[in-house]
Design a protein around this ligand. Structure first.
Ligand code: C2G
Length: 130
């Protein structure tokens, strides 16, 4: 069984995220999502989530492609996660292209193209301008 992992806030969840999760699942058989905890997101990613961790976790668990949601608490946990969850493939959108190549000694690394036309900031702007 090929185990895949990916990381993110997934807030506000939109079809760009779903496109990523679908391709991540298609790359293997079992998809783990390491979901940024609120504190990590605010303190280290400078992103204040609209939905709290528990709500974002429930949303992700309702997606057919997602098999397990675990917390992302630090930038440094990826190698440990790959070992702990016996991960074969690490996946991220290509806005992260090259940033996680150091993981190639532990597992396959794939960067999928982002869904260009949508982003949470774009959604917020569009809603404001309505
Ligand atoms: N994504 C995408 N297309 C979009 C928006 C996002 O493919 N239009 C992808 C991103 O490339 C990422 C995933 O969806 O792979 C989650 O996006 P975010 O929630 O913005 O994740 P990010 O804040 O980049 O956190 O340790 C890694 C970080 O936690 C990644």
């Amino acid at each position: 069984m090929k185990r895949v992992i990916t990381y993110g806030n997934f807030d506000l969840l939109h079809y760009g995220h779903i496109n990523l999760l679908r391709r991540a699942k298609e790359a293997g058989d079992y998809l783990i999502v390491a979901l940024s905890e609120d504190g990590f997101s605010e303190d280290f990613k400078n992103k204040k989530c609209y939905f709290g961790y528990e709500e974002r976790k429930r949303l992700l668990e309702a997606i057919r492609y997602v098999d397990l949601v675990v917390p992302e608490r630090s930038w440094e946990q990826k190698v440990q996660d790959i070992q702990l969850y016996q991960v074969d493939i690490f996946v991220m959108g290509d806005d992260w292209e090259g940033k996680f190549d150091f993981l190639r000694e532990h597992c396959e690394v794939i960067y999928f193209s982002r869904t260009a036309e949508i982003s949470t900031s774009q959604i917020k702007t569009d809603l404001k301008n309505r």
